[in-house]
Design a binder for this molecule. Structure first.
Ligand code: GLN
Length: 549
């Protein structure tokens, strides 16, 4: 069967949840026995979000093949349960970069290079590449970032307009997500913004087949009919996307509306009945926790939750795996000092220090880690969080008061975290492969690397196996010159690269649960399969809470 393409555009305003809508539709089609992939096309000029401030753009999601991508790819993986790759995300910047590269190489043989056809052709090439697999997916969902009407979106919309005749009308579907606001004063749901947005799409030559309306409450039948009439869609092709408390309810609420069924009918997809039991169980488990734990997330991007999207989800998954609700308490690390740490962290059951870049807030993270270590509070350090745990241990246990990371103090006496130049020489080639389009990120260790887990360790108890594959995104590493000293002082190195050259996991065996990892396990956590480390961390937090009461 030929791959069917489903294009999802957004109208009226941004942040309507296009990513979740696309993911939820994908989950439903998968539950109907179809194979599905999703791609995000981002209209901004950055080549990838790798260089963007998390406070501006949210988290940078990393794939196995080392692509730094939009956080929506995290939703795609969590809802579909299949890994994404660099193919699943493209920005306008990456597309222009490729066209300009070809132009410099003379590939256009002296022709004038233009938005149409050259940019649009490159967009189409990337969309069509999703079907170029040994087993092409039954459905490819393409989410177009931004809002219809933006200047930046135009080449993308033009490309999907053209694709409809390239691929064939019956193999494509356009879904438009809009907002139907509720006016409290008059108690009315308003459809005019939707009508205007569809008009805007029509002026570009795209007629939506389905209108998905984000709204505070279900849209009554007569209003759906009105929208259908004014927007030229089938009467049964207007759906409500109602606000929900728990994002994993979205597939179930779409299913109840008949959204995926309409998609399958319009595309003539051979869909079986949806198997939604796992989703129902998940929502049930989330709604009926047996206990609660409070976790402090000590970081510097706490003003924007999106900056820790996967982390947030992974902690919640870890909770579900323990039938516990997780209350997340985001703490700005700049507010933590030796004097305030105890007051700020006394009431939490676990402390997590996530990844990050730059020195700001690091001393506060180190204080939080000291508090966790000395007071036997379960601690989980991720990437920079692990590096801070190493610095804390060096300074306060191993007798190296001047210890630091080379990232924060290049002149520090004891650079316990450092840039491994020899490592870069050996692997520079492999790294460059990951960073073909990025000069800034050239020295980052990106993507999935194997890690050997030592039997009998906290990590082994969590994973239950001797080798795992986890995703990285960092420049600095543990400095092996300190291995022997730290071992002697009580730190265990329970995860190493299989050749033994890189420290991937550190832990403190004389602490109930104290673990730092150089990789980002949050990227691989799934609501149906909570990540083993998150499950174990929340389990330890639960135990601490129960033993205290
Ligand atoms: N800044 C640190 C490094 O580059 C940690 C990065 C991270 O936490 N992702 O190694």
């Amino acid at each position: 069967m030929k791959t069917r393409y489903i294009f999802v555009t957004g109208g009226v305003l941004s942040s309507l949840g296009k990513g979740l809508a696309a993911s939820s539709l994908g989950a439903l089609l998968k539950a109907r026995g179809l194979s599905v992939t999703i791609q995000k096309l981002d209209p901004y000029i950055n080549v990838d979000p790798g260089t963007m401030n998390p406070l501006e753009h949210g988290e940078v999601f990393v794939t196995d093949d080392g692509a730094e991508t939009d956080l929506d790819l995290g939703h795609y993986e969590r809802y579909l349960g299949v890994p994404m790759s660099r193919k699943n995300n493209a920005t306008a910047g990456a597309i222009y970069y490729e066209v300009i590269r070809k132009e410099r190489c003379g590939d256009y043989r002296g022709g004038t290079v233009q938005v149409i056809p050259h940019i649009t052709d490159e967009i189409k090439r990337r969309v069509l590449s999703l079907a170029e697999e040994a087993e092409p997916p039954d459905a490819a969902i393409i989410e177009i970032g931004g809002t219809v009407g933006d200047i930046e979106s135009l080449p993308f919309l033009e490309a999907i307009r053209q694709l409809r005749s390239d691929i064939g009308r019956n193999a494509c579907l356009n879904i438009h997500l809009t907002l139907v606001p509720y006016l409290r004063v008059s108690g009315e749901l308003k459809t005019k913004p939707t009508q205007h947005s569809v008009k805007e799409l029509l002026s570009i030559g795209i007629q939506p087949d389905i209108i998905l309306c984000r709204c505070e409450q279900q849209i009554p039948q007569d209003l759906k009919r009105k929208i259908a009439l004014f927007c030229n869609v089938d009467r049964d092709a207007v759906f409500s996307a109602v606000d929900v408390d728990n994002i994993y309810e979205v597939p179930l609420s779409f299913y109840d509306e008949g959204f995926d069924q309409k998609v399958a009918i319009l595309l003539r997809l051979p869909a079986r009945n949806a198997q939604l039991e796992p989703w129902r169980e998940l929502v049930h488990a989330r709604e009926h926790p047996e206990s609660r734990v409070t976790i402090a997330v000590v970081g510097k991007y706490v003003e924007l939750k999106e900056a820790y999207k996967s982390l947030h989800e992974a902690l919640v998954h870890g909770g579900t795996g323990n039938r516990a609700a997780v209350d997340l308490h985001y703490v700005n690390s700049e507010d933590i000092t030796a004097d305030t740490a105890a007051d700020m962290l006394r009431d939490v059951d676990g402390i997590l220090v996530p990844g990050g870049f730059g020195y700001r807030g690091v001393e506060g993270k180190i204080q939080a880690i000291r508090y966790a270590r000395e007071n036997k509070v379960p601690f989980f350090g991720i990437c920079l969080g692990m590096q801070c745990a190493v610095i804390e241990f060096a300074r306060n246990v191993a007798g190296l008061p001047q210890a630091n990371s080379a990232e924060f103090d290049g002149a520090a006496e004891d650079k316990v975290i450092y840039l491994m130049t020899e490592w870069f020489d050996v692997r520079a080639q492999a790294l460059r492969r990951h960073d073909a389009a990025s000069d800034k990120g050239g020295a980052m260790r990106l993507g999935a690397y194997p890690c050997a887990i030592q039997a009998g360790s906290t990590a082994y108890r969590a994973y239950g196996c001797a080798e795992v594959l986890e995703r990285h995104r960092h420049r600095y590493e543990f400095n092996n010159d300190y291995l022997a000293l730290f071992r002697e002082k009580g730190m265990a190195f329970s995860g190493l690269s299989p050749d033994g050259s890189l420290v991937e996991i550190v832990e403190l065996p004389d602490h109930p649960w104290f673990l730092g990892c150089q990789f980002h396990p949050e990227f691989k956590s799934n609501p149906m399969r909570p990540h083993p480390l998150f499950r174990a961390f929340i389990g330890a937090a639960k135990e601490k809470k129960e033993s205290a009461s």
